[in-house]
Unconditional design. Structure first.
Lengths: 656, 115
């Protein structure tokens, strides 16, 4: 197999070049030798090229159905739709690691490509760490999980892709998540470089800010896309089940969010130097942990498909990075002392600190919950996993507290603010929150925590609108601009501030979506014969027809489909076709839900069973306000773009 | 076949890595100044400017405004630019700056001249 051999060779060369880059970059930094640094940089351009070659070759093999390659045999088939061949590239352990390596090598090449400016002193060590992480993945690929491994003979047909993964969102979810993981390596690399060189002022934070924001939003959006996929494809009516794989990507996001916030305090007040270095590194370690959880089979779950000894290597690399970081931090104890101190309880610093503690607290809680089955299993020989209720019980209140802080924070000044001044700034939104709560109670909503959550959301949205209005009216008055120009110039003059506010608005929209869908889900289970109908919350569902159909060319499946007409107020609004399909390559049925969404609620129909005589069981769910999760995600993305967009002035002097 | 391609690839990688290390390609050992050294140099320049020190362009020895030859090397010193276009008090000949209202030497009311 020519292509497979070349691919495997390219991975070996990647490993060799990456290892050389580690040595050359570290030695070049230490001895201040620009020739060694240039050599390390070239080696990293080479790894970017080689890992691209390996990924492209694997893709070609997948498209060509070269079943003698084990990975190809296990993940595609001749009847798999070509578009899903793309997701086969990262559907398995080998492919995922190749994707990790590929993304990381591309980002590393981008780092190296730019002329050193602020990072002249830090770059050699940062690059050494990026190269080391590349070498780690290249090593796993060549030694333990070779994606180009050959079978003794070529089977005539492949196993094909898990039908659950045959979904558009599963094509884009993994690349976003792995891009995010790879991006988080960059702030961690510079944090370590700052420790090595002792340059622990806010320089490395300023310099990596855009990388960090890109990593942060990519991880957030990746999680949301994953939730959207689960909602569409797993067919149990929810978007988040506190599954270990979901948790494992949420944990680095929580710690990364803490990092993004405490970085701001170091920039403004020179506090939390040690804290920031640690948070950047821990976020990176947690992304490795996430890859490890998904791929090692340490914690069994829907997604954790592979069990392999590779877990120990992951654990080893995580511990190595942590140990080096802690060792260096102890050696740099003096340089880690910043100037600033938290002076007053009523100061922005203190709110940021509180935010940090809450985020880290929730990350630790989710981590503990995720590891619980493993820990208790090891201790008592009996695994008990936590159910979602356990998580909701602590994450709900913690989340709400965080949201309250979002609402208060913009009103509190750095250093200190007097209580009277704060209260004067708070009364409008407090009134709005109370009115919201009373209105909801009058309207007959009695779940107390839902009322609290909506009231808090109203509080925060009011704060954000007031803040924005203040900025805009100030401009309209001082510069005599109309409302549109004033909005644009106000935002443009302070992208970071308003970008942040818009991100927070997105967060609140997500909170509203979660609250609505958690508190008021309506669920009806019904068995219908053809022609019968059922009423659910103002919708009338008429079970019109059903089909059984064998589909050979499209995933080799038997499609069992029901046809339902949806009526609303006596008018037909849609015809939907929920499915419950049998695939040749998996046991059990795979549901394809029927979904109608609007801003108020989603109508979600699961075909639970379909008998030969057409008797069908349906599970009908009304999930209120789910769509606000996705809208909130979009708003967060826009806010991040605004916050990260380079200001016009400094675009010339790049990266300050 | 695969072996050949592998060796071509390997050769390309080695070439890319080794090229900057070839003798004469890069100023080995002569590192660009570190940030600390630059910071020190800037501090030194700042200190000199604060002292108002002028330096001989030939040997670097300091001199006072108005000196025409260097005390150390005898080199000719540049004439201060303001001297050329100097404003002189019409009564006593002392230089003054634009905007001064009275002469620092004789107290002559310069404001009239400017007006």
């Amino acid at each position: 197999m020519l292509l497979a051999d070349i691919g495997y060779g390219a991975l070996w060369l990647t490993l060799a070049a990456a290892l050389w880059a580690v040595v050359a970059a570290a030695a070049g930094g230490r001895q201040r030798r620009s020739d060694l640094l240039a050599s390390a940089h070239n080696a990293l351009f080479a790894t970017a090229g080689l890992s691209t070659l390996a990924a492209v070759l694997l893709l070609v093999l997948l498209f060509d159905h070269e079943f003698q390659v084990r990975y190809v045999y296990e993940h595609v088939s001749t009847y798999l739709k070509p578009v899903y061949v793309l997701s086969a590239l990262w559907a398995g352990l080998e492919g995922s690691q190749l994707l990790w390596l590929w993304m990381l090598s591309i980002f590393t090449a981008l780092v190296v490509w730019r002329k050193p400016t602020w990072d002249r002193e830090l770059r050699p060590y940062a690059v050494a760490f990026l190269a080391l992480t590349q070498a780690f993945f290249a090593f796993l690929l060549v030694q333990l999980t070779n994606p180009f491994e050959l079978l003794p003979t070529a089977p005539v047909e492949g196993v094909s892709l898990n039908p659950l993964l045959q979904n558009f969102w599963m094509i884009i979810h993994p690349p976003i998540i792995f891009a995010a993981y790879a991006l988080w390596t960059i702030p961690a690399a510079y944090a370590l470089a700052a420790l090595v060189t002792g340059r622990l002022n806010a320089g490395w934070l300023f310099g990596t800010r855009r990388w960090t924001l890109a990593a942060w939003i990519a991880l957030g959006l990746g999680i949301l896309v994953g939730a959207w996929w689960a909602y569409l494809e797993l067919g149990w009516g929810g978007y988040w089940g506190w599954d270990p794989v979901e948790n494992s990507s949420l944990i680095p996001w929580l710690v990364g969010t803490a990092f993004v916030h405490s970085a701001i305090i170091q920039e403004r007040r020179d506090m939390f130097r040690a804290w920031n270095v640690l948070l950047a590194v821990i976020t990176f370690v947690l992304t490795i942990f996430a890859t490890f959880v998904t791929r090692s089979g340490l914690i069994q779950s829907v997604h954790a498909f592979a069990e392999s000894p590779i877990g120990w290597w992951y654990l080893g690399y995580m511990l190595l990075v942590l140990a080096v970081t802690i060792g260096l931090a102890l050696a740099r104890k003096n340089e880690l002392q910043g100037e600033g101190q938290v002076g007053d309880l009523l100061s922005r610093e203190f709110i940021f600190l509180l935010t940090n503690l809450l985020l880290l607290g929730s990350a630790a809680a989710v981590l503990l919950g995720t590891l619980w089955p493993t820990l208790t299993g090891a201790a008592r020989g009996l695994a008990t996993s936590l159910n979602p209720e356990n998580y909701n019980r602590f994450m709900g209140p913690l989340g709400l507290l965080l949201v309250v802080l979002i609402g208060i924070c913009p009103l509190i000044e750095w250093r200190r603010i007097s209580a009277e001044r704060l209260l004067r700034g708070l009364w409008v939104q407090t009134v709005v929150a109370v009115v919201t709560a009373v209105l909801l109670l009058v309207l007959g909503i009695h779940e107390i925590w839902a009322v609290v959550s909506f009231a808090v959301s109203a509080f925060v949205i009011t704060t954000i609108i007031l803040q924005l209005a203040k900025g805009i009216t100030a401009r309209m008055r001082s510069a005599g601009e109309n409302i549109l120009t004033a909005t644009v110039t106000a935002v443009r003059n302070n992208r970071r501030r308003y970008g942040g506010q818009i991100i927070h608005l997105g967060v609140v929209l997500i909170v509203i979506g979660i609250t609505g869908s958690q508190a008021y889900q309506t669920e009806v289970q019904v068995a219908l014969a053809q022609g019968e109908s059922v009423d659910v919350n103002g919708y009338t569902l008429v079970y019109k027809d059903y089909t059984f159909q064998s589909v050979e060319d499209e995933g080799n499946k038997i499609r069992n489909q029901a046809v339902i007409d949806i009526y609303r107020g006596g008018r037909k609004v849609a015809t939907v076709r929920p499915e419950r399909n049998l695939h040749s390559n998996v046991q059990g049925a795979v549901t394809e839900v029927a979904l109608r969404m609007n801003l108020k609620e989603d109508l979600y129909i699961i075909l639970a069973s379909l008998e030969a005589d057409g008797l069908a069981a349906f599970q009908v769910l009304i999930n209120p306000m789910v769509v606000w999760l996705w809208i909130g995600g979009l708003v967060m993305f826009i806010g991040t773009l605004i916050a990260a967009w380079p200001p016009r002035k400094s675009r010339a002097e790049e990266g300050r | 076949m695969a072996i050949v391609i592998f060796f071509v690839l390997a050769l390309a990688v080695v070439a890319a890595i080794a090229y900057p290390l070839l003798p004469g390609r890069m100023p080995t050992g002569i590192a660009p100044p570190s940030d600390d050294e630059i910071a020190q140099a800037v501090a030194e320049l700042r200190r000199q400017r604060k002292q108002g020190g002028l330096r001989c362009p030939t040997c670097g020895a300091s001199y006072q405004p108005g000196d025409r030859f260097c005390v150390r090397c005898g080199g000719e010193l540049p004439a201060a630019p303001e001297e050329a276009a100097a404003l002189l008090c019409p009564r006593c000949g002392t230089p003054y700056h634009e905007g001064d209202r009275f002469c620092v030497q004789c107290g002559y009311a310069l404001a009239k001249e400017v007006a």
